[in-house]
Design a protein. Structure first.
Lengths: 227, 353
């Protein structure tokens, strides 16, 4: 089967990679404190917060997309905020897609981080404190290196999951070339237009990419017994 | 001087202490598990937030308005089990606190020599060390923060006897060579008798007694006197070696003791432990006895201990006492009473230094 990627395909791939990179970066920044809090808190809100973060795993993307669409719309909270800040409305823009993806992929970043943080004994943190390390210092000199595997898993899963999303993109992003038309949407378009060869090219690429990512993850970051 | 006053309510436990600890030598916090000794140590370290007051040598670390976080308190802490950072090399572990400490009186090379770490430093990671070795590194790491006080929470309790014997001499050297006050939590009386200068007894979250080691250990009203291995300590000087019989004579205020040959030069300080169960009493100077250590003594206190035993406290000199555990029957047969002049026969002496 001979098929070369069209400029539209390349643009979709580029947009997908850009989206996944931005989303992964944002997720690591906001996911880390959330995961830390979930791993360390004794608060009675822990269960509720954990459930909230995990929601995207079970909810259809259309449900999240629908509510985000409302929230980002002219009468929604986010929409009113973005309008008052002068950035306009976010649905059907790249920024809107980023925000939606952050919600959607949050559990895939928070959970590996939370597991990694939970496996660090309190004793280790106390030891660092008795050795003059402040909390931020402890985080960077002890927690970060000990949770390295968790960070790698979180980044890879967050990235891969964002690459693989579809429903939420359609709901929030629509299908605007170079704005919101990511690979999964492009494949959908190809199929709709009966361009099966083109759909194959991108689909096979996605398949190979996803498998390669997971293979890397499971080979170098085994979740089972160490050693 | 360390003034510690803490109240802490837990579901199953209440800590309520107000005590002064000397800021020199080794102070042992001794008590059964659940007595609050570790909690008290953690409060001093700032790892536990109790209501109260903590002053160390006139500096306030905690009161109603201030709470110095653990990392700002100039102390060293050695945990019960090894707490080396698994992702750091032995050297990086040792230098973790050193790099962060404001004060650098103690140098890495000193500590490596003191604790005999030179052979360990080349091994890369903590999981390549034995339990005793890891604990030695942890002690070195704490010392390298140049602490003004060293807190040790049962540092030997997770180790086997061999590792324990390997570490004890290091602790004794620290004691003699580093002038850093140590607060040492323990539930092993032999460890306390070997290391401590000052003893604080805890029970159910309260301090029930405190004082210099010798006088406190010989108080019959305290639980320590009724342990199976209860006894007194004698601070003595190596006076003479008898090479023919392979014996050493120890001198202390009030007498001397012959013990098996000690590997120390004459004039050096040693601490001997005489257990109550190893001391018997005679009303006349025993003749033809194989026991070579017989000390004239004066009975100062007798206390019943269970249905068959009594504990007798005897004064050897104004500075030294002995405890003897004998049967109630022997007490009655010998008509032992307070103030009586007797002879204490010491069957065995445990040398700790």
């Amino acid at each position: 089967m001979e098929y070369s990627l069209s400029p539209a395909d390349l643009s979709a791939i580029w947009l997908t990679l850009k989206l996944a990179t931005v989303v992964t970066f944002i997720l690591l920044l906001i996911g880390t404190p959330i995961a830390w809090w979930l791993a360390r808190t004794g608060s009675r809100w822990r269960g509720a917060a954990g459930a909230l973060v995990a929601l995207p795993i079970v909810l259809p993307p259309t449900v999240i997309g629908f509510y985000l669409l409302l929230a980002m719309g002219p009468n929604g909270l986010i929409g009113q905020l973005t309008q008052s800040l002068g950035v306009g409305l976010l649905p059907f823009t790249f920024a809107g897609l980023v925000i939606a993806s952050v919600f959607y992929s949050l559990p895939f970043v928070v959970q590996p981080l939370q597991n990694a943080f939970e496996s660090i004994p309190e004793r280790v943190l106390e030891t660092a404190a008795t050795l003059r390390a402040s909390k931020p210092d402890t985080f960077f000199s002890v927690v970060l290196p000990l949770a390295k595997r968790g960070f790698i898993s979180a980044a890879v899963l967050g990235f891969a999951h964002t690459v693989g999303e579809f429903g939420i993109v359609l709901m929030i992003g629509g299908n605007i070339p170079e704005q919101t038309r990511v690979v999964s949407v492009q494949i959908y378009d190809h199929v709709e237009a009966m361009e099966y060869a083109a759909a194959h090219g991108l689909s096979a690429g996605m398949l190979a990419f996803s498998f390669a990512v997971l293979l890397l993850l499971y080979t170098f970051n085994p979740t089972g017994k160490r050693k | 001087m360390i003034h510690a006053r803490f109240q802490l309510e837990r579901a199953d436990f209440t800590l309520d202490v107000d005590t002064q600890l000397p800021a020199q030598g080794i102070t042992a916090l001794f008590g059964p598990s659940g007595s609050g000794k570790t909690t008290l140590l953690r409060c001093i370290a700032g790892l536990e937030r109790a209501a109260g007051l903590l002053q160390v040598n006139g500096e306030t670390w905690q009161d109603e308005t201030t709470f110095l976080p653990a990392h700002r308190r100039p102390l060293g802490y050695v945990f019960q089990e090894s707490s080396l950072f698994p992702h750091l090399s032995i050297r990086a572990n040792l230098e973790y606190g050193y790099k962060r400490a404001a004060d650098r009186r103690v140098q890495p090379e000193q500590v490596i020599e003191w604790l005999g770490l030179d052979k360990l430093i080349d091994r890369r990671y903590p999981d390549q060390l034995s339990g005793g070795e890891r604990q030695r590194v942890a002690i070195g790491r704490a010392l390298l923060t140049s602490p003004r006080i060293l807190l040790m929470d049962e540092p030997l309790s997770s180790l086997d006897t061999a590792s324990r014997q390997e570490i004890l001499p290091f602790l004794e050297r620290l004691h003699r060579e580093l002038k850093i006050p140590v607060i040492y939590v323990s539930h092993a009386l032999d460890e306390v008798a070997r290391l401590a200068d000052h003893l604080v007894l805890l029970q159910q979250g309260r301090v029930i007694a405190g004082g210099a080691l010798g006088p406190t250990l010989s108080r019959l009203d305290l639980p320590t006197a009724h342990f199976d291995d209860a006894g007194v300590v004698i601070e003595a000087v190596v006076a003479h070696h008898d090479d023919a019989y392979h014996l050493t004579k120890l001198e202390f205020t009030g007498g001397n003791l012959w013990v098996g040959r000690v590997n120390q030069t004459t004039g050096s300080q040693v601490r001997a432990r005489v257990l109550a169960r190893d001391v018997s009493i005679a009303t006349v100077m025993p003749q033809g006895s194989s026991i070579s250590n017989i000390l004239p003594a004066n009975i100062s206190e007798i206390q019943d201990e269970g249905p068959d035993k009594v504990l007798v406290r005897m004064t050897i000199s104004d500075k030294q006492v002995l405890l003897s555990r004998i049967t109630r029957r022997s007490r009655d047969l010998l008509c032992l009473t307070i103030g009586m002049e007797v002879f204490a026969q010491v069957k065995s002496v445990v040398l700790t230094t």
